[in-house]
Ligand binder design. Structure first.
Ligand code: F6P
Length: 323
């Protein structure tokens, strides 16, 4: 029987994590369960840095980006010694079930730990990258794409005024979700993704054509694009087309902060409540996400077995909608 739930955030932070922590704490309280917040993800488990969280402690955080219980990427947790320490600390704090909010790395750690120590876990997808299978959206993606879109719209204004070419690099180390969605939504002229081969000669041809037509150009580049990101691609272009007035903007961590959108807050609340109720009902080793606006429960291993593939329909739009 679960009496005390540990909640932690791990990996890159994402807007909506606080709303989710709030939902976990308040749902648990309504079921007369206690919640402990584990600070700095797996590192806090290893060090035993944990705080009790009562419903009042999570007041006034639903609208805040980041995570009040901090986050980290832990290498030590993936060692036998690290996992053992984590297990002992969880026992010392009388925690008998965990809610893990994070991405692929978090879930891989959870799955291994859960199998080794038979410890109940429920995962909630929290990453701006939207790259997990078993859910249409991850927490923070909606906020991140809106933040990114606002920035691109502003760059478009200045690009047009100066007849410039801009390479705008957006986050996505392994996946092009942010680039694809914001590229289509901003009306970008080209979108470079890790999932598709970047054809530099074709890009140069396109840029030459647009230059002849006197048009400014926006190229959205996912940071993990296999051609090397915005700086490298811009250098290649400068070599061939030195007369173009080329600029590079790397949007970076601005995409990870900020107040979560309404969509992210509602999803955070639904997933937080579902995770607590799943744990209480005896479930473990699952991720709770949303598919077609319904809660969807997926084994953690399947959620991170492969990266969630990009939407084929949006991919088809690239050629149709650009230039
Ligand atoms: O996983 C989310 C993410 O924002 C990626 O898109 C990005 O590549 C990475 O985190 C950046 O990580 P860090 O904040 O550790 O530099």
């Amino acid at each position: 029987m679960i009496k005390k739930i540990g909640v932690f955030t791990s990996g890159g932070d994402a807007p909506g994590m606080n709303a989710c922590i709030r939902a976990v704490v308040r749902c648990a309280a309504s079921h007369k369960k206690e919640v402990t917040g584990i600070l700095h993800g797996f590192d806090g488990m290893i060090k035993g840095t944990m705080i009790k969280l009562f419903p009042n402690d999570v007041s006034n955080i639903i609208h805040r980006g980041g995570t009040i219980i901090k986050t980290a990427r832990s290498k030590e947790f993936m060692t036998h010694v690290g996992m053992r320490k984590a297990y002992e600390n969880l026992k010392r704090h009388h925690i008998d079930g965990l809610v893990a909010i994070g991405g692929e790395g978090t879930f891989k750690g959870c799955s291994e730990f859960s199998q080794k120590y038979d410890f109940p876990f429920i995962g909630i997808p929290g990453t701006i990258d939207n790259d997990l299978c078993g859910t249409d959206y991850t927490l923070g993606f909606d906020t991140a794409i809106n933040t990114t879109l606002e920035a691109i719209d502003k760059i478009k204004d200045t690009a047009a005024s100066h007849d410039r070419l801009f390479f705008v690099e957006v986050m996505g180390r392994d996946t092009g979700y942010i680039a694809l969605w914001t590229g289509i939504a901003s009306g970008a002229d080209e979108i470079l993704l890790p999932e598709t081969k970047t054809d530099i000669p074709a890009l140069i041809k396109l840029l030459e054509q647009r230059q002849k037509q006197g048009k400014s150009t926006i190229v959205i580049v996912a940071e993990g694009d296999e051609a090397g990101g915005a700086l490298k691609t811009a250098d290649e272009v400068r070599k061939k087309l030195p007369e173009l007035d080329t600029r590079v903007t790397i949007l970076g961590h601005i995409q990870r902060g900020g107040s979560p959108t309404c969509f992210d807050r509602i999803m955070a609340t639904r997933l937080g409540v579902a995770a607590v109720e799943l744990l209480i009902s005896g479930e473990s080793g699952k991720m709770v996400g949303m598919i077609n606006n319904q809660l969807a429960i997926t084994p953690l291993e399947s959620a991170c077995k492969a990266r969630s593939p990009l939407d084929k329909e949006l991919l088809r739009f690239i050629k149709m909608m650009t230039s």
